[in-house]
Design a binder for this molecule. Structure first.
Ligand code: PLP
Length: 417
């Protein structure tokens, strides 16, 4: 295919739609989806449920729906967005954490698969709707991540029902006569080690044996993608072989063909995204050279929130001499995107490109400093398609109630003094 994105395409997009701007390459999303599917081709029934929270633009959701993906959702709003994007309710799984019984009831009424992650709600939901099939989220207490900020499988994690509580869980299921049709885990957002993942999977298989009517086992996500040169990437092909074989073995043992489910976010969309921003100021201090861009953590918070390292390229001067820069934003806070990065020489007005800007970038953007959230553009079949407009001043004030007349008396009091 010759429709792969080039530097000149990105620069044209920045020119046409302004900066900053998010750009997503549909081809990369499609190839990642196919890669994951192919890695598990030894399994009879595979279900990928794209984690909407990574990148929830409705056109991106439509793309994934058209590929045959299901949708993993964490709020009733994401459920509704999925339905609006054309997902069938039975292809949506609702995997929230700490939400109210009412929200779970609403999602269930829309016909989506419910996944419950605590015993209190399980007992209440099971008591009220014993006929609705429910998946349960198990916490196997395995640390599959390298970064403690994003590993959720450990003992003090708020996610999932502890494997140590299985006896209590079984008692609730027995007393309510509810139907458990799936077992789920999501151990964190960075699987470094396939063996750790397989170890956690054994705990899931062991748990699964307690339930007679399962349709699927959901292994969550946490596939690692490379963010910087030399980064380790989950060996999906190896995981596919090893887990696939073990899964098939388990199904024999279990006596029924089950569906193997995953809910990847980052793996599918991270590398497809680029974030383009313009350098407003190059500022030399006694210790460093700052490149200040027309953005901040209001648009891209991962570097500040997770110490995530996004590669930064200077699109305007790709062959320039490399120098060390600290790339910072224009927000009135410390908003350092990167320190001491080697980047092709930067001049004011240059366009910088942040790589891996597909997952948890736009969806975490805010209006801090009363700035607009940027537009989103999809690169598809060699064409740039606007899929979200830049916000305007009207968007900023849309929901504000501008109460004008209640302070009149204050003025009178002040002037009376
Ligand atoms: C966020 C989330 C995912 C996606 O994780 P990635 O690291 O983006 O693949 C999957 N499952 C659940 C329950 C999640 O909360």
């Amino acid at each position: 295919m010759t429709s792969a994105m080039k530097t000149t395409d990105l620069l044209k997009i920045a020119k046409k739609y302004g900066d900053p701007v998010y750009v997503y390459d549909s081809e990369k999303i499609i190839s990642q989806f196919n890669r994951l599917t192919n890695a598990f081709n030894g399994v009879k029934s595979l279900k990928l449920n794209y984690a909407a929270k990574a990148l929830s633009n409705i056109t991106i959701l439509r793309l994934l729906n058209s590929l045959g993906s299901g949708l993993d959702t964490v709020s009733i709003q994401e459920v509704k967005l999925g339905l609006l994007a054309g997902f069938k309710p039975e292809n949506i799984i609702f995997t929230p954490n700490g939400v109210s019984l009412e929200e779970i009831e609403k999602a269930s009424a829309l016909g989506v698969q419910i996944n419950i992650d605590n015993l209190s709600i399980l007992e209440q939901f099971g008591g009220k709707y014993p006929d609705v099939p429910v998946c349960i989220r198990i916490n196997p207490h395995v640390m599959a991540g390298g970064n403690s900020k994003i590993s959720v499988g450990h003992i003090d994690s708020k996610f999932g029902i502890s494997i140590h509580q299985i006896p209590h869980l079984l008692r609730i299921v027995e007393l309510t006569q509810m139907n458990i049709n799936g077992i789920h885990m999501h151990t964190g957002s960075d699987i470094l080690d396939i063996d750790v993942f397989l170890y956690a999977s054994e705990i899931l298989f062991e748990t699964a044996k307690n339930f007679k009517d399962l349709d699927f086992i959901d292994f969550g996500s946490g596939f690692k993608v490379p963010y910087k040169e030399g980064d380790i990437e989950t060996n999906i092909e190896e995981l596919g072989k090893k887990l696939g074989n073990r899964f098939n073995e388990f199904c024999k043992e279990y006596g029924r063909e089950l569906t193997l489910a995953f809910e990847p976010g980052k793996f599918l969309v991270s590398e497809a995204g680029s974030f383009l921003a313009k350098v407003n100021v190059v500022k030399q201090t006694t210790s460093t050279v700052f490149a200040s861009i027309d953005s901040g953590f209001n648009h891209l918070i991962r570097p500040m929130l997770y110490s995530a390292s996004h590669q930064i390229k200077n699109l305007s001067n790709p062959d320039g001499r490399e120098r060390y820069y600290s790339v910072v934003g224009y927000i009135c806070e410390t908003d350092t995107f990167a320190s001491n990065k080697r980047i092709n020489e930067i001049s004011e007005g240059n366009i910088l490109c942040f790589k891996n800007a597909g997952a948890y970038c736009f969806t975490m953007a805010s209006n801090y400093n009363s700035r607009f959230r940027p537009p989103e553009v999809l690169w598809h079949n060699g064409k740039a398609i606007l899929i979200r407009e830049r916000e305007t001043f009207d968007d900023l004030i849309k929901n504000q109630v501008d109460v004008k007349d209640i302070f009149e008396t204050i003025k009178e009091k002040v002037s009376a003094k």
